[in-house]
Design a protein around this ligand. Structure first.
Ligand SMILES: C[S@@+](CC[C@H](N)C(=O)[O-])C[C@H]1O[C@@H](n2cnc3c(N)ncnc32)[C@H](O)[C@@H]1O
Length: 321
């Protein structure tokens, strides 16, 4: 099911619309699968996704996005290596700010945020996987963080009041949601007037070879649900955000074998992976090069206008798993 095919109750572009997307059966199934994967990771039952991430060879190596110094000052089990960037490093956090992390996982970015906002500030992590929430809470408890809390919930239905956050961050999660439109509308609702959003996510800098695009559509996960950069930015703008821009990006490249000239002319077997799902395809050298150039990780920023006060009724619901 593509995003476009998800029925929307309203197509208003104010970013302040009390509408909810209708979740289809296939979306519900995908969501259960995503939750199952992250539940296994949180409970230490699978290394598969972590290994898959290591297959992707970014141009920033080991602990690619975080400085050693940053990692030294957060709980040890908070970094599961699941992110695609470091939004807090670009957020210019001020002491006392209220920060919300969409899809907080084991809490890595929440703890980094908490160190910056200090005891007068507050950080709220939201995640739909109970085992991730448990792990994040354990991390906070063991390291005695008093300014961080973790709430079980979906980023499409944030369990957070209107106009309360100075900053919303998210790291490699929004692609996993059932509707980017609704996630950004919810982020807009929760931000204070003048508040900002800074997210990291996977996008396509250009169209993928058709074979690859079709294969990705059959999989679930963050790469398979990525869209062309312009479409991603337009979705954020449609939610009401202004000053929407990419502030940082890099190409994610697969580790490539060195090929002889003869091999370069023929087809090569390539494994496409997206959050534990794998499909093998035969691609030409040109198609592989295109694939390698297309997948990027980007940090995007947007602002809720300072004259916009949200009066929407929150969409938060009690989710029974
Ligand atoms: C790729 S991990 C990223 C975790 C964290 N941001 C990090 O950088 O380590 C994705 C996280 O988002 C959560 N997630 C996925 N879809 C979600 C949704 N629709 N609502 C809330 N959480 C979601 C998963 O449970 C998982 O913990």
């Amino acid at each position: 099911m593509t995003e476009k095919a998800v029925k929307k109750v309203s197509s208003c572009c104010s970013g302040d619309t009390p509408s909810d997307v209708q979740i289809t059966d296939s979306e519900e199934k995908a969501r259960k699968a995503i939750r199952g994967q992250y539940s296994s990771i949180a409970s230490g039952k699978t290394q598969e996704m972590l290994e898959e991430k290591n297959e992707l060879d970014s141009n920033k190596k080991k602990s690619p996005f975080y400085a050693e110094e940053e990692l030294k000052n957060i709980p040890e089990n908070a970094n599961l290596g699941l992110g695609s960037g470091n939004p807090i490093a670009l957020a210019d956090v001020k002491e006392g700010e209220t920060i919300v992390d969409l899809g907080s996982g084991a809490g890595i970015d929440c703890f980094l945020a908490a160190n910056k906002t200090g005891t007068e500030g507050k950080v709220i992590g939201v995640d739909m996987t109970p085992e991730m929430i448990d792990l994040a809470r354990e991390n906070a408890f063991k390291s005695n963080y008093k300014n961080v809390e973790f709430r079980l919930g979906e980023i499409e239905h944030l369990p957070i009041a209107n106009n309360t956050a100075d900053l919303i961050i998210s790291n490699c999660v929004i692609n996993l949601g059932s509707s980017k439109e609704q996630v950004f509308r919810e982020a807009y609702r929760v931000l204070k007037p003048g508040g900002r959003i800074i997210i990291s996510d996977i996008m396509f800098a250009k169209s993928l070879p058709e074979k690859v695009s079709t294969a990705f559509k059959e999989m679930s996960g963050c790469v398979s649900r990525a869209v062309i950069t312009e479409d991603y930015l337009d979705t954020i703008k449609r939610a009401g955000f202004t000053d929407v821009e990419i502030i940082d990006k890099y190409t994610i490249q697969r580790k490539e074998q060195k090929l002889t000239k003869k091999e370069q002319k023929g087809k090569q077997k390539v494994t496409l992976a997206s959050d534990g799902n794998k499909i093998e395809l035969e691609l030409t050298h040109e198609e592989i090069s295109c694939l390698n150039e297309a997948i990027i990780s980007a940090h995007v920023r947007g602002v809720k206008p300072s004259n916009s006060y949200s009066t929407t009724v929150p969409l938060a619901k009690l989710v029974v798993y």
